[in-house]
Design a protein around this ligand. Structure first.
Ligand code: CA
Length: 230
C-alpha cells in the first residue's frame, strides 16, 4: 500500500519541520507549504489524504482556506486538521464549523498529533463496518463486539458505547460531562458519578486481557483512552 500523503501548511519553519520530521518517521509522505497559495498548488498536484492547516498564515487565514476547500468538489475527500495557538472553545467551534475534521492547539506533542491524524484518517476511510484496533483490543463495529486475540470480551451496552467512543477518540482527555454528552446523549439526565461506575465496569471487563490500563484516569481532568506503552 502506498504511503498516505500529508500536507503541512504552516509558515513557522520550526513547527513545520518538526511536524514533517515526526510524520515522515511515522511512514507518511510529507509535503510542506508556507502559504495558502503554495498549499493550493500541492493540493492539486499531489492529492494529499490529509492537510494540517495552521490558523495563522501570511496570505489567508487557515480557517478561510479550510472553508474554501470544503466548498470545492475536487477536495471533498481531503481530511483537515486545524492547528492553532488559540485555545479558546469558540475558535475550536469555528474551526470545526469551517469544515475541519479535528483541531489541535499549539504546543502539541508529535505523539498527540499522530494520534489525531490516525483517528481522522480512520474515520475518513472508515465505513461503519470496519474493525478498529488498539493494543490487544479489536472493536468490530458491524458485529457490535470487542475481541482480543480472537476471543470476545463481554461488555454491557453502555460499556460498549463508552469503549467505542474512547477508541475513536484516543489520546484525548474527556471530563465526565463531555462523556455524558457524547456517550449517553446531551439530554439524558444522569449523575456524573454514573460515568465512574461504567468506567469501573469497563476496566474490569478489560482486565481479563490486561487492557484495563488503556482507560486512564487523568486527575482533576477526566479519562483518556491510550493503548500505548506507558
Ligand atoms: Ca502560522
Amino acid at each position: 500500500m502506498p504511503a498516505q500523503k500529508i500536507l503541512i501548511v504552516e509558515d513557522e519553519q520550526a513547527i513545520r519541520e518538526m511536524t514533517a520530521f515526526h510524520l515522515a518517521r511515522a511512514g507518511y509522505e510529507i509535503f510542506e507549504a508556507e502559504t495558502c497559495r503554495d498549499a493550493r498548488v500541492l493540493l492539486v498536484n499531489e492529492r494529499p489524504d490529509l492537510a494540517i492547516i495552521d490558523w495563522m498564515l501570511p496570505d489567508m487565514s487557515g480557517l478561510e482556506l479550510t472553508r474554501k476547500l470544503r466548498r470545492d468538489k475536487d477536495h471533498e475527500d481531503l481530511s483537515i486538521i486545524m492547528l492553532t495557538a488559540r485555545a479558546e472553545e469558540r475558535d475550536k467551534v469555528s474551526g470545526l464549523e469551517g469544515g475541519a475534521d479535528d483541531y489541535i492547539t499549539k504546543p502539541f506533542s508529535p505523539r498527540e498529533l499522530l494520534a489525531r491524524i490516525q483517528a481522522v484518517l480512520r474515520r475518513a476511510g472508515g465505513p461503519a463496518d470496519e474493525v478498529m484496533s488498539a493494543g490487544v483490543l479489536e472493536l468490530d463495529a458491524a458485529g457490535h463486539r470487542v475481541l482480543s486475540s480472537g476471543r470476545e470480551i463481554k461488555l454491557g451496552p453502555t460499556e460498549y458505547r463508552l469503549l467505542h467512543f474512547l477508541m475513536t477518540h484516543p489520546e484525548r482527555v474527556y471530563n465526565r460531562t463531555q462523556l455524558l454528552d457524547r456517550v449517553w446523549g446531551a439530554n439524558v439526565y444522569v449523575e456524573e458519578r454514573t460515568v465512574d461506575v461504567h468506567v469501573r465496569r469497563l476496566r474490569k471487563a478489560l482486565s481479563d486481557v490486561a487492557a484495563d490500563d488503556y482507560i486512564q484516569t487523568v486527575r482533576g481532568a477526566g479519562y483518556r483512552f491510550s493503548a500505548r506503552d506507558v
